[in-house]
Write a protein that binds this ligand. Structure first.
Ligand code: FE2
Length: 281
């Protein structure tokens, strides 16, 4: 019987140079402290001997476009390539130093996709979408030079209204847990992004954060009180800049009612950075 043996969530812009420019020395120090905790999470993750690592993150309108914006999309196939962009944002430039290709766990991805459709989730699929900083910065920061297990990248539409609901993301996480439980693999699951901030996609609000809102989310995660999180509305998430918490909701659904330990929380004028790890049975 399969098992989720590691679950963690973390911010996904992990670039000291970017935060040095955006927020000065405090920005650099904050992201470096956060990255150090993420690396320690990676040591614990590696020690659990994963067969696969599911990564739930959002697109920033560079893998997909307004041609089609999937609500939930599973990357299938044998391998995935790192995104390359001629005019990459600084924090996508950090990808240049990372491996170019990553093996996928084809059987697990196919099972999540096929059984998801059977279960009523109208999932999108992609054979060729590349992965950007939202996937690769956390994975490479966690695992460093250690082996990266076969990945299952999953996209959640966090930014283009109308997004899937928090409740729907949680339900999709429950689905992932059922698929894992019925298979033989030891699976890690990470969700990335946040906490509150506005990306350049929402330029007039860049610099807004909502620490009260983030602390409320953390309170619920630390206590394993997930019911209030199901009630989060798109309006609340947009008001606070908590859009990317939808990725975290998938993870929370997969591990509920597990409680979480906050490994790092740091406030910046640009974003509240966090790294959180769940206590699994
Ligand atoms: Fe993001």
């Amino acid at each position: 019987m399969g098992q989720i043996v590691f679950a963690g969530a973390m911010s996904h812009v992990l670039d000291p140079e970017y935060y040095q420019r955006a927020c000065g020395a405090l920005g650099r120090r904050t992201v470096e402290e956060c990255m150090a905790e993420i690396a320690r999470m990676g040591e614990r993750c590696s020690a659990r001997g994963l067969d696969a690592l599911i990564v739930v993150a959002d697109d920033h309108l560079n893998a997909f476009s307004f041609n089609a914006v999937p609500a939930l999309c599973v990357r299938i196939g044998r391998e995935v390539q790192r995104m390359t962009q001629d005019h990459a944002e600084a924090f996508d430039k950090v990808l240049d130093h990372m491996p170019e290709r990553y093996p996928l766990h084809e059987d697990l991805a196919n099972a999540i996709l096929e059984q998801g459709l059977d279960a009523g989730f109208d999932l999108a699929l992609s054979w060729e979408a590349p992965v950007d900083h939202a996937f690769l910065s956390p994975v490479n920061t966690m695992l460093g030079a250690r082996a990266i297990p076969p990945l299952v990248p999953i996209w959640v539409n966090c930014f283009v209204a109308p997004q899937p609901t928090a409740r729907r993301c949680f339900a999709f996480g429950r689905h992932i847990a059922r698929v894992v439980a019925a298979r033989p693999w030891r699976v890690g699951l990470i969700a990335t992004g946040g906490l509150s901030h506005f990306p350049e996609l929402s330029l007039p609000r860049v610099g807004d954060t909502d620490t009260v809102f983030d602390k409320r989310l953390i309170h619920c995660m630390e206590r394993g009180e997930h019911d209030p999180l199901l009630e989060l509305t798109a309006g609340e998430l947009h008001k606070a800049g908590g859009h990317e918490f939808l990725n975290w909701m998938v993870l929370i659904g997969a591990v509920t009612p597990a409680a979480a330990d906050v490994r790092y929380f740091g406030e910046l004028p640009r974003i509240n950075m966090a790294a959180v790890e769940w206590r699994l049975p």
